[in-house]
Design a protein around this ligand. Sequence first.
Ligand code: DON
Length: 303
Amino acid sequence: MDYQLLLEDIVDTLRPELGKAGQVASYIPALARVPAAQFGIALRTCDGQEAHAGDSTTPFSIQSISKLFALTLGMQAMGEKLWERIGREPSGNPFNSLVQLESEQGIPRNPFINAGAIAVTDRLVSLFDAKAHMLGLLTSLCGEPIAFDDEVAASEAATGFRNIALANFMKSFGRIDNDVGPVLDAYFHHCSIRMSCLQLARAAGYLCRDGQHPYSGEQVLTEKQARRVNALMLTCGTYDAAGEFAFRIGLPCKSGVGGGIVAVVPDKLTLCVWSPALEHSGNSLLGMKALEMFAGRTGVSVF
Ligand code: DON
């Protein structure tokens, strides 16, 4: 398969649709002013072959894709104990919903909704400098320095009333160990990280390599843990659109409201698409189309 030709063809096919449908995230000015008519796609195979096309080296706000790497840090540091206060079921609700937390005693459904990622971040804050560890992990995984966007982090903090409510609500059930301030500060910074499609396709490489670091070959996660992350991506990685993703694409995916989506083809490759305009659940509209085309053309699917 000539992946470079395929990715270029996907870009050419989608170009006429750029900026025509969907809404760029508008809850903070730094995301609202991102031009909608951008599209990038990149992949890295298990054995290190790379292909990329369109705006594949343009950095964007990774937002909830950071939840994947926060979970990885939590699994590395805590193993099975991480699951004492975090579930593994899809929520079927919007990513920032509060409703299930009340009847479920402050235990979030999964690590990929906001409540779940805030709970994971609380565990990280108890163990080490969660902000530094996140940048360290990503820098190591993609072999290039990765940084926060301080303007985005400050805006997230200034407008993150739901996240502040989620953290306090879980704290009221005794499920958050630290003061909510430092936990939210780390969570908001994680959301603000800027990376390109190519950097994310590289960084997620351990997920198609049974947990092995894309460059050094060290175990980032055990084989079993990597399989579990993929299972969670498939069932929970795209919020209340997880069923639609499984139906149309059939790959483990993790999305963010910056318009990025990371997808894993186990034992083959990792893929990242980016286009800022979103559908109603907060997933990139053209990103979904591109993944559907990629899965259709290559025949890759976990089903
Ligand atoms: O915490 C939030 O609500 C945003 N900073 C991130 C949300 C996000 O990316 C959810 N994704 N689709």
